[in-house]
Design a protein around this ligand. Structure first.
Ligand SMILES: [Zn+2]
Length: 409
């Protein structure tokens, strides 16, 4: 099985490299904004819908202007602007696709300095000892010491700045042995508000509430930032403190989600989750923060690729499946169940059970072949449809399954 995954490491650049990294990020941002402006102008001047201006044509045009107008671009790798224009093109494609399908995808926005600074490089990228060789930038030390980094072909490296630290995310094509199907049991997983996940075998995963617990601190930090005078040194310091806090929260969240999805995909033959209607849930503002905090989208994506890597099967129960409203013992369906009811009381058979556990039991029952499954048609196999989608989007290599691995997994 050919897979594509990303490995993320923190860099330890020296001062010269730091300058060069910033320069690259600056050129990438410039190219992105330049390309965006060009597309908007073309549109305003009625030079047609710009759906067909591709990244390559824009890059050619930018190159022709480079010598006279932007000579400073020669100090960086040509990949930085090229890849930025590709990103821009993708952003437009997503936008148009969103318009077509009725999803709300924002119009591409101009990038600001210091906000999500990043750039992508292709070409000669390789690991040498504890260093990574990047085009134009040279050999940059990696903070984390490892015996070997991985075996595979490197496709690209994305470098990002977060809270004044530099990270590299290396995308690799690897040949993974086809996994033999896992022999473990099926498991139903209820993603909850109070608890991150409740499994049908009784295991629960606590919510890190990374954002929740640190929200007060975050609030204090952002308030302190807003009080600082614009352009002052103190404002810069406050900004960095806030960014550090965000990074911490991001890391905790990432770690929890990866641990949970790896555990599920590695130890169960079938993982059944609910297809949460996230946009509907986002309307409920109190829930919205928790959902965003838990990162449900990320979690589901991780499950999708990890199940394929490790030989497990992912089943997604449809939105109409009444996992929380149904009694897991007798099948009675409640008409109403408010979110505040933490326990499920069945009026039919008298079962009293934890709400999330009840939902997890209903989900696992969905996949058991011996149960008479009234909701059969409400459940669909995700893995097949996923493969088809992927095959359609990557014409040359239909078997590629992309994903990422954080350092902790
Ligand atoms: Zn019952």
């Amino acid at each position: 099985m050919l897979i594509q995954r990303a490995y993320r490491y923190e860099l330890d650049p020296n001062n010269i490299q730091r300058t060069s990294l910033s320069q690259h990020a600056g050129v990438a941002r410039f190219a992105y904004n330049w390309g965006l402006e060009q597309r908007i102008n073309r549109y305003r001047n009625n030079q047609g819908n710009d759906r067909f201006t591709d990244a390559m044509r824009q890059h050619k045009l930018l190159n022709s202007l480079k010598k006279d107008q932007f000579p400073w671009m020669y100090e960086t790798s040509k990949c930085a602007p090229q890849e930025a224009l590709r990103n821009l093109h993708r952003a437009f494609q997503n936008f148009y696709r969103g318009l077509k399908s009725g999803k709300r995808v924002g119009f591409p926005r101009f990038k600001r300095r210091g906000v999500r600074d990043s750039f992508r490089l292709t070409g000669t990228i390789r690991f040498e000892g504890q260093k990574i060789q990047l085009p134009r930038i040279g050999k940059v030390k990696i903070k984390e010491k490892r015996k070997s980094y991985f075996s595979g072909r490197i496709l690209s490296a994305t470098v990002q700045r977060r809270a004044n630290r530099w990270f590299v995310s290396v995308t690799v094509k690897e040949n993974l042995a086809d996994p033999s199907p896992i022999k473990g049991s099926s498991v139903g997983v209820d993603i909850g508000v109070k608890t991150l996940a409740t499994l049908s075998d009784g295991t629960t995963f606590a919510n890190p509430r990374a954002l929740g617990r640190r929200l007060r601190k975050l609030k204090r930090l952002s308030k302190s930032l807003s009080r600082k005078k614009k352009g002052s040194k103190n404002r810069e310091k406050a900004k960095l403190r806030l960014a550090k806090m965000y990074l911490k929260i991001f890391n905790i969240r990432q770690d929890t989600l990866h641990k949970l999805s790896t555990h599920l995909a590695k130890s169960h033959s079938k993982v059944i989750i609910e297809d949460l209607c996230v946009s509907g849930m986002m309307k409920n503002r109190r829930l919205a923060r928790v959902i965003a905090d838990v990162g449900f989208f990320k979690f589901r994506r991780q499950l999708e690729y990890k199940c394929q890597w490790y030989g497990s099967e992912l089943v997604v129960a449809s939105r109409t499946f009444p996992s929380s409203k149904m009694c897991s013992r007798c099948g009675h369906r409640k008409k109403e169940l408010s979110l505040s009811e933490r326990e499920y009381h069945c009026e039919e058979c008298g079962l009293v059970i934890d709400r999330d556990f009840n939902a997890a039991l209903n989900l696992v029952a969905v996949s058991l072949p011996e149960t008479e499954n009234a909701c059969g048609e409400e459940v669909r196999l995700l893995t097949d449809s996923l493969n088809l989608q992927r095959a359609a989007s990557m014409k040359q290599e239909p078997n590629i399954i992309s994903g990422s691995v954080s350092r902790n997994v």
